[in-house]
Design a protein around this ligand. Structure first.
Ligand SMILES: Cc1cc2nc3c(=O)[nH]c(=O)nc-3n(C[C@H](O)[C@H](O)[C@H](O)COP(=O)(O)O)c2cc1C
Length: 203
């Protein structure tokens, strides 16, 4: 199933084709592709090049770790995420050193996952990020060191058949994707002054 972004302005196909499915095929994710995804995350920008991100990767090949991570997800997320071939815990190093918070750590981790998602698009893979999980429990069961925080869980895989989803989730899967218009969040030199398009022929 395709859920391409209906854009108001042209964007790259890799961004246009990215979306967050809840169905994944049983096809495993090839190890070399998995490494490419994290290589893409690795080359993301970060404040002071602190690279405050870590990832714990779990897959069906390691059912104990997979189940451990699955068990931290909210019930609704578990319903579909249990069928993903790969589940990843994203972790941010929230302190530069003990007692010294890194204000941009969450921003940097998010950006690295965005890189990873775009690389996934390039490889025909899809990523679905989740905040609906017990962050404290994840930190506990994976024994994260002090100064580190569990931030999200995300699934990686090839798209599956929405018909396999339970009712409720199936409808959500087929919903049209929407976004706020640029005029609501891109401003021209002042708060809430929408950026106006310039006619190229006048330049
Ligand atoms: C930080 C974050 C938390 C999210 N949490 C959940 C979640 O718990 N469950 C879920 O099904 N989707 C979750 N999503 C996916 C969003 O709902 C999805 O990205 C959004 O609806 C836009 O859809 P798209 O990614 O298909 O464009 C989350 C996404 C992000 C970035």
């Amino acid at each position: 199933m395709d859920k391409y972004a209906q854009t108001d302005h042209p964007i790259h196909d890799l961004l246009k084709t990215r979306w967050s499915p809840r169905t994944f095929s049983a096809q495993p994710v090839e190890s070399e592709k998995l490494f490419s995804l994290f290589e893409a995350a690795r080359w993301s920008a970060s404040g002071g090049n602190t690279q405050p991100w870590s990832f714990i990767v779990t897959s069906r090949e390691n059912p104990a770790a997979f189940e451990k991570l699955l068990g931290t997800l909210g019930e609704r997320n578990q319903l579909w995420a249990k069928n993903a071939p790969v589940l990843v815990l994203s972790i941010t190093k929230s302190e530069r050193e003990p007692g010294k918070p890194n204000a941009w750590a969450g921003y940097d981790l998010g950006q690295s996952v965005a890189h990873l998602s775009v690389q996934a698009s390039a490889l025909g893979l899809y990523v679905h990020q989740m905040g609906g999980f017990d962050r404290q429990k994840a930190a506990q069961v994976f024994e994260l060191p002090a100064g580190h925080e569990a931030m999200t869980v995300f699934s990686i895989g090839y798209p599956g058949d929405p018909a396999s989803l339970p009712e409720g989730l199936r409808e959500r899967e087929l919903e049209t994707r929407t976004r706020n218009p640029l005029s609501e969040f891109v401003f021209d030199g002042a708060w809430q002054q929408p950026l106006a398009e310039k006619n190229a022929s006048l330049n």
